[in-house]
Design a binder for this molecule. Sequence first.
Ligand code: ADQ
Length: 715
Amino acid sequence: MAHGDEVRWRLSPGGLAAALRGVHADADSLWVGFAGDAGKLPEESRRRFDAELADKRLISVPLTPSELGLYYDGFSNGVLWPLFHYLLDKVRFEASNEWRAYRTVNERFARVVAEQVRPGDAVWVHDYHLALVPGLLRAQREDIRVGFFLHVPWPSSDVYRILPQREEILRSLLTADLIGLHTEAYRHNFIHSAANVLDVDVGVDSVTFQDRTVRVGVYPIGIDVARFEQQNPAIDDAMKHIVSGTPNKKRILGVDRLDYTKGIPRRLLALGRLLEREPALKSTVHFIQLAVPTREKVEAYADLRRSVNELVGRINSQHGSPTGSPLQLLYRSVGDHELLALYRTADVMLVTPLRDGMNLVAKEYVASRVSNDGVLVLSEFAGAAAELDAALTVNPYDLDAVARTIRCALSMTRDEQMVRMRRLRDRVRQATADLWARDFTNDLEQTRPVPRSSLSVPGDLDTLVERVTAAPSRVLLLDYDGTLAPIAPLPVLARPDPALRELLRALAALAGAETHIVSGRPPEVLEDWLGGLPLWLHAEHGVRSRAPGAPWTARAETPPFLERAVELLERHARSTPGALVEKKSSSVAFHYRRSELHLAEARVRAIRNELAQTFGNTVEVLEGHKVLEVKTPGITKANVVEEVVARHTTRPLLFAAGDDRTDEDMFSALAEGDVSVRVGPGITRARYRVATVPEFRELLERLLFVPDVVALNAS
Ligand code: ADQ
């Protein structure tokens, strides 16, 4: 902090800074952040400041006051903070300048970091203020590991989806190698948000988006336990001072940043209600609320301070007496000794946030209770509640329940206090800040960065084009959806555009070549969309086929289970919004691309169970990309490959392309010299990969021309 021409160092009151301080102290690390406004310092002080920063291995990213206003107060704390804490009425939705500044500042952070890192380094990005940094860094550096930790809750998918910038933020985060969250619930929310906002594949602890899989881990942050267990005469003196100032009273304590998420007004209301109900408590309890002001430029915070002042005034004037007031409010930051003295003299600690990523105050209170007594009242909406199961948990929105719980805390026997507190302390001592940082960084070290380029494998596309065009005869086996045409929201919307029809016509007309469409679609659809072209058509993953202009033939009869399977899937689709059933002549598909992931997953499990019970192994259940298909066992796209090979006396070169699991059957039936192309991400046995449908179509265009250089080589 710059003050006139000198610099004052001040510890940040936030939990994040507290937890990372220890990690930075003994690691080979650089800490990049905003160190306050040093721009106005005179030259000499500025130099001293820079030297001190360098000495502490800190790098300060400069921000102008206007950037700070828009980026920090405006977007980070005016949009993301309230939204991630479910306080939607506080979110500023018209925030385009703020968003622009957010992006600019994130770009600056990414640039500074990119200049510092060496290949193989790990970068750990913290919190919602820097959510675009992973994406921006990744765009510049493929050779580093990137981890991201979110210190606040990841909200439920329905709340996250409200954010207008939801895609940009997720796209950035999904370029990281590891994402860390405090609780299992936040992980669940994150994965579901990704699935509902972007077209991703998800696992229990991972999300795959485009070519990249990011691990999503749960790392509950802890505290530096030794700091809170320390014994010191200065602490004892401060304790004596507090006790003598509040003789014969039960002390109740609240310690928070003055933030509307911390639930201070409701806490005060609950205390007021308790005093109304039990006037005798007025002379026997004393409540101290320590509130350190933060983000004072954000309007909601100024409003909060006003309403807290009013409430305290109202309750004290109602319940106070000439000898004292039941509530005491301190707007300031206190040092360790005073903080510890407050924790140790508090019979009851109230931690009642409306939402909180973790809440370190709860853990600090527990750690400081070296006497093993005291009662922690904890909001069930704090991340800490997932770990601190021996606390008295409350719903902070239910004032009666909070009042009742405080009452119960005040009268808890010392025996019960000690049973609970010992359990709480065991937990807090096991999961420390150091362990948290070590777990995250170890896991980050273990992720293997997979550069995008290595996935575009192994031969480059020029070699592919040369090989295919140089072959004397070739057969193209092309999947349709997701390969030749982008996946459409509804299957009927994927009709070929005129350019695609022209491309297929030109390919089919090439000398020495056959062009096959090998699709999961029913014959009628292929006939309707592509029937007029001189193509070989294969429907329903190879169950039905026809040569150009010839009638359709079937490799299998209409299966006996079909009608019942259709009924079964339709029944499930009726109770799965967004799902639809596609009936084919020998199979039936359940599409759930537009359904909510959580529901779809449960539904697919239920369908699989019911199919197994009803049909045993007389049906085959295939799972593709957000589709489940019930079909006759044994017939796959590989049958098409086998038949093509059998029909030719001289084996042509086969060129097969596709985008999902059913195409892998085709690839596995190819021979060594054939060519296979996977369109899009995912694990594949294909030899080549292109990222998108347009790129694949460009590749096909190139097959239409035999380049001069190839012609020369061939001659
Ligand atoms: P915060 O919202 O800042 O952190 P919290 O975890 O409670 O919340 O940490 C606050 C820290 O500030 C504590 O270490 C506390 O001792 C200190 N503090 C508060 N008031 C103080 C005062 N008056 N004087 C001195 N110290 C004071 C964010 C998330 C949390 C998450 C942390 C860490 O919002 O949910 O737990 O990051 O991930």
